[in-house]
Design a protein around this ligand. Structure first.
Ligand code: MRU
Length: 344
């Protein structure tokens, strides 16, 4: 597999997701500023992958600290820079909190050993993410029957994680088991994660995929050509309200109207237990050019006013189940998500 992120020779290597599928280009980050910029510019994206990248960003940052620096001050600067990259994905803040805890628990180590310890934690976060996704897949595949067709939105695959994927991990697991499935991928305007990334990923493994534009989802549901929907998540509130790529809410409403199950696949570290409801989830607003342009070419008035929220929140009542590494949480989510977390 083509990992979205790798640590190699003291560098963070990222596949440039802005260039896929036309070009497979790798970007090397040698300091934490590079990693922060790579997250902001979507060279790497997807909530779990952003978390792993940030953890490696911390490892790079601390690697480059010199002995004379005020360690605590320098460490906080690294964490703050990485934390300001993208506001919505809970996994980013979870990973940074975990790296901070590791740093605090490593007081007393000499600088060389501390740098090693921080790197090991980032590597552990990467390793655990892949294992977690495989567990999500193992739980989730039972929900997919032979012959079914699955609609997905955005890219919640290997590219959005350390490997295997969440929503696409469930699809992979069902496919690996020999189930005949048909995936429908929403193109996912404006960044086209579905058209560019999900199609690329699935096609590489010969998993049957049909690309549709976002506004076609209702048509195919009405025609009974979609058996279920699975998406990933960027942040899940305690009650199950789920932030995911813009357009997910519309898909969930359409699924309910058409009596189609709507599943969210995500690791427990996407759940924000501090938030009672989804209305407090911070929604990133991105550059208007992403809406005005496709492939760098403006197709509207160059100065037309634009809104570009990158995520929306699907209320829990539209969600049939949330698939985690610790099992399948069903409504009421307040209780079932808390149980999943307890098993962590
Ligand atoms: O803006 P992006 O591409 O980072 O948004 C990604 C998504 O919305 C994914 O569905 C989500 O992060 C889950 S990825 C396993």
């Amino acid at each position: 597999m083509w990992p979205a992120i790798q640590w190699e020779n003291n560098k963070v290597i990222l596949i440039d997701q802005r260039k896929l599928p036309a070009q497979e280009i790798y970007v090397e980050c040698t300091d934490y500023h590079h990693v922060a910029e790579a997250i902001e510019h979507m060279i790497i994206r997807g909530a779990p992958a952003i978390g792993v990248a940030a953890a490696y960003g911390v490892a790079l940052g601390i690697r480059n600290i010199d002995e004379k620096a005020d360690m605590d001050e320098a460490f906080d600067k690294i964490i703050s820079r990485l934390a300001e990259t993208r506001p919505t994905a809970r996994n980013l803040f979870w990973a940074l909190e975990r790296m901070k805890k590791t740093y605090e628990n490593s007081r007393g180590l000499d600088l060389l050993r501390l740098k090693q310890r921080i790197l090991e934690e980032a590597q552990l976060i990467e390793y655990e993410d892949i294992q977690t996704n495989k567990k999500i897949g193992a739980w989730g595949k039972a929900l997919i029957k032979d012959g079914q067709s699955i609609l997905t939105h955005c890219n919640a695959g290997a590219l959005a994680t350390a490997g295997y994927g969440t929503a696409l991990g469930v699809i992979r697991a069902a496919f690996e088991e020999g189930k005949k499935i048909q995936v429908y991928a929403d193109e996912t305007r404006p960044f086209l994660q579905g058209a560019r990334l999900t199609c690329w990923e699935l096609a590489k493994e010969n998993i049957p995929v049909i690309l549709i534009t976002d506004n076609m989802a209702g048509y195919f549901m009405q025609k009974k050509m979609i058996s279920l929907v699975i998406t990933g998540a960027d942040r899940i509130a305690r009650n199950g309200d789920t932030a995911n790529k813009i357009g997910t809410y519309s898909v969930a409403v359409l699924a309910k109207e058409n009596s189609i199950p709507f599943y969210v696949a995500a690791p427990c570290n996407t759940i924000d237990f501090n938030l009672a409801h989804g209305d407090k989830i911070p929604i990133e607003e991105r550059d208007p050019r992403e809406v005005r342009e496709i492939g760098g070419k403006c197709f509207t008035l160059p100065d037309i006013e634009v809104r570009n929220p990158a995520f929306d929140v699907t209320p829990a009542r539209y969600i049939s189940a949330i698939l985690t590494e610790n099992g399948i949480a069903r409504p009421p989510f307040e209780e079932s998500l808390a149980n999943c977390k307890r098993e962590d």
